[in-house]
Write a protein that binds this ligand. Structure first.
Ligand code: NAD
Length: 311
């Protein structure tokens, strides 16, 4: 039978994810997209409707209620908790009881509380919801190699898995509703700290006379090795293709890292778990996020920020 798909939030991540989804669903299905940024939706329609681009038909939804009313499966990829709450409130206002059970998949990185609340409301209306945040960045979204971490019942996970496999390589069931978010925030807390620690270690090593590449090579075959040292090294010219080498353009925005760090701190507070390193890291990311030479850049720009502050 023909199916209708909904995708809300065609940003840095959502746009390439929706493109991959659309190219893998049956050509007889249809995909309805929505974004408050009209240029994102019109570009998506233009790009997917060219004569050489066969596949499922794409339409722009008039509003969010329409997306919820007609789609069998809805994916959302939105920036912050408030956006997710607002979008799902609209969905809920359009979902009448007793309708077919629809599947809602939220891939945004938000807080545990909002995600669990939204999920409960969707389930209470007779539909399935899964928190399914992602790791892998824009590169992974484009190449359909994302890792999804899921918080839901086993039956909901079984329903969501084949959908997510069209946009990623790994789907990991973390546990009950909300645990996908917990996994994501734990990972990104570590990433925030590793990125900053790599920037600090590289900086003092270089200042004491080491050549940047020599130091990175040593770290990357020693116990300090981590994703920021090996793949996204913050020092320009050390790793080919890393954002540092192109003025920190592209990559994972410093404001998104700052947001995730705050979400992780809130989650730890909720659990009464002690975070010793969070305070200092948060202060530095907060400052870098608004600095004229750092804002809008990849989060590895903290290396540049450290050096600016030293002068
Ligand atoms: P983005 O800001 O590029 O895209 C978000 C999109 O949502 C925008 O197009 C925006 O117009 C749209 N939007 C906002 N409010 C809306 C509303 N009410 N209705 C419809 N559309 C609305 O953000 P992104 O980089 O794509 O990130 C999305 C989420 O994924 C964030 O939670 C982020 O933390 C997470 N994430 C991002 C990355 C990354 O590398 N960028 C990696 C992993 C996870």
């Amino acid at each position: 039978a023909q199916a209708t798909w909904g995708f809300v939030g065609l940003g840095q991540m959502g746009y390439p994810m929706a493109k991959n989804l659309r190219s893998k669903i049956p050509a007889t299905d249809s995909l309805m997209v929505f974004d408050i940024n009209n240029s994102a939706t019109s570009q998506f329609v233009e790009e997917t409707s060219s004569s050489t681009n066969t596949g499922a038909s794409v339409t722009i939804a008039k509003n969010l209620q329409d997306v919820a009313r007609v789609s069998d499966t809805v994916l959302t990829m939105l920036p912050q908790p408030a956006h997710v709450k607002a979008v799902y409130d609209e969905f809920l206002s359009a979902l009448s009881d007793g309708a077919v059970s629809r599947l809602f998949i939220d891939c945004s990185t938000i807080d545990v509380k909002t995600s669990v609340e939204v999920g409960s409301a969707i389930r209470a209306a007779g539909h399935d919801f899964v928190d399914a945040p992602v790791s892998g960045g824009v590169v992974g979204a484009t190449a359909a190699t994302l890792t999804f971490m899921l918080g839901a019942s086993e039956s909901t996970v079984q329903r969501a898995q084949p959908v997510l496999e069209m946009m990623g390589k790994r789907v990991i069931h973390m546990g009950n509703p909300g645990t996908g978010i917990v996994g994501k925030l734990a990972n990104n807390y570590l990433l925030a700290i590793n990125n900053l620690a790599t920037a600090e270690a590289m900086n003092f090593g270089i200042k004491l006379g080491l050549e940047a590449k020599t130091l990175a090579n040593l770290i990357n075959c020693s116990t300090g090795r981590c994703w920021p040292s090996e793949v996204n090294n913050p020092v320009p010219g050390v790793i080919e293709g890393a954002p540092a080498g192109r003025g920190y353009q592209g990559g994972f925005g410093v404001s998104l890292m700052t947001k995730d760090l705050k979400l992780a701190i809130a989650a730890a507070e909720l659990a009464g778990a002690k975070l010793v390193l969070a305070g200092a890291a948060r202060q530095l990311y907060d400052e870098a996020e608004v600095h004229d030479e750092c804002k809008g850049k990849d989060f590895s720009v903290v290396y540049k920020y450290l050096r600016l502050e030293e002068k």
